[in-house]
Design a protein around this ligand. Structure first.
Ligand code: PMP
Length: 471
């Protein structure tokens, strides 16, 4: 066999990449093609850069999976983990036991969250926190005596996780097909992507109001006493960096209030300064009933997620403990002391180094470079807030006509940026969009470097498409 990346080179069967292909099951691949495609094995990282096994540095403009907010190689986080491991590597929070880092972190998150007297449950991933939330909302509605109020509404293109329940919340068709999902009781409403879903001549405001009306009609049709909750990311991340126009959330929240439907705010990507404010809820004007937080909470140095509930929901759940049943839910690693110690250090660094202020200072450069890309003949839309952004490529800039099939051009640009210019971005399933969510510590000159490299990849692919007669 030959090395698929370099056909001249015989495959070194003992290289980490070749061994990976033999035994590692990867997510988000064509399984069959995976046998022929060697992965890039990342072996080190520093600041906004990671290195592959040959020592080649790449800019990580996606923060891995939107998560390494403080960049790579942050020694203080390493120390925080090591110190906690020496002191107490593990204990749990099941039953009537607890650990100090979990107590400190819950207190801190309750203070930070825009939710009064918040109560915090810890899990290890965004999926697990959202999955626990589905169970908790069921338990809550059973406890307060409305067992029929159980449906969940989320949005097309929202991403909420990979478990059975959270894939059902997720509104991305490729996540559903062949997995027999979504489960019954999980519904999806239109995503607020103006370029894709606005009617001809519809203003942004009219579009936002129409989508809120659609949600209202959906709840009416299902029966408000059967709908428990609406889940949304303030700014949709993995599904395309979709930023709803005003007054979308104002109107959506009116609808939810009217029908006594909870707002479950997924802050897994948005949270901890990604959108320019501490929470996406703050950026987008949302008063949520619950929040799920992960990724940037530990800057991904340890797995951890937090589910933050309002006091009202917690008190409702308490009512169930006698009538409905013992609260039989818990996890081995809930409140893991090492993960919580790392999160506490992340939050301390964010305060002492004023990371929020830094995002405020550098994000205008990020926005300016994205806007500049917006002038490119292949670009139909750019979207950004804080340090999350996306650029969407279209077949016809004037009419906004999308490429058909969608996704191929974005994938090609993403791959070119990576192979030729050593820039890692994410292609996201919203037409032909590529997302950027660099570490929050990125400097202005590094932002320029990201977009200088990206523009080269865009121009390369545009030249090829023109030669192929595709544009
Ligand atoms: N919610 C959102 C908004 C996410 O982007 C993700 C992951 N990309 C999740 C939930 C699930 O998190 P995890 O992959 O840690 O399970």
């Amino acid at each position: 066999r030959r090395d698929p990346l370099d056909k001249e080179r015989p495959l070194n069967a003992n290289s980490p990449a070749a061994r990976d292909v033999r035994h590692v099951l990867h997510g988000y691949v064509e399984l069959k093609a995976q046998r022929e495609s060697l992965p890039t094995v990342i072996t080190a990282g520093e600041g906004i850069y990671v290195k592959d096994e040959n020592g080649t540095p790449y800019i990580e403009a996606a923060s891995g999976m939107w998560c390494t907010s403080l960049g790579f190689g942050e020694e203080e986080l390493v120390e925080a983990a090591a110190e906690q491991m020496r002191k107490l590597p593990y204990y749990h929070t099941v039953g009537y036991k607890s650990v100090n880092p979990a107590i400190d972190l819950a207190e801190k998150l309750a203070e930070m969250a825009p939710i009064k007297d918040a109560r915090v449950y810890f899990a290890l991933s965004g999926s697990e926190a959202n999955d626990a939330l589905v169970k908790f909302i069921r338990y809550y509605n059973n406890a307060v005596g409305r067992p029929q109020k159980k449906k969940f509404i989320a949005r097309h293109n929202g991403y909420h996780g990979a478990t059975v329940a959270t894939t059902s919340l997720t509104g991305i068709p490729i996540n559903h097909v062949a997995f027999d999902l979504p489960l019954p009781g999980f519904l999806h409403t239109t995503d607020p992507h103006y370029l894709h879903h606005a009617h001809a001549g519809e203003t942004r405001e009219a579009f936002a109001e129409r989508l809120a009306r659609e949600l209202d009609e959906m709840i009416e049709k299902e029966g408000p006493d059967t709908v428990a909750a609406f889940m949304a990311e303030p700014i949709t991340g993995a599904g395309g960096v979709i930023i709803p126009p005003e007054p979308y959330y104002e109107k959506v929240q009116e609808v939810l209030k009217k029908h006594d439907v909870l707002f479950l705010d997924d802050e897994v990507v948005n949270g901890i300064w990604r959108t320019g404010k501490l929470w996406g809820a703050e950026t987008m004007g949302i008063a949520p009933d619950t929040m799920t937080v992960a990724k940037g909470l530990t800057s991904a140095y340890q797995p951890l997620s937090a589910l933050i509930l309002s006091d009202e929901i917690y008190r409702g759940m308490e009512k169930g403990s006698l009538g409905v049943g013992f609260f039989a839910h818990g996890q081995t690693y809930s409140g893991h002391p090492v993960s919580c110690a790392v999160a506490l250090k992340v939050l301390e660094i964010i305060e002492t180094r004023d990371i929020g202020g830094h995002v405020g200072r550098v994000s205008p450069t990020f926005a300016r470079r994205l806007q500049k890309l917006g002038e490119h003949p292949l670009v139909g839309d750019v979207r950004c807030k804080g340090l999350i952004g996306a650029v969407e490529f279209v077949a016809d800039k004037k009419t906004g006509r999308l490429f058909d099939p969608s996704g191929v051009v974005a994938r090609r640009i993403k791959e070119r940026a990576e192979s030729a210019y050593k820039l890692i971005t994410r292609n996201v399933p919203s037409g032909d969009s590529i997302a950027f969510s660099p570490p929050l510590i990125i400097t202005e000159s590094e932002i320029d470097e990201v977009f200088d490299r990206f523009e080269k990849a865009v121009n390369d692919v545009m030249g090829e498409l023109a030669r192929e007669g595709a544009i």
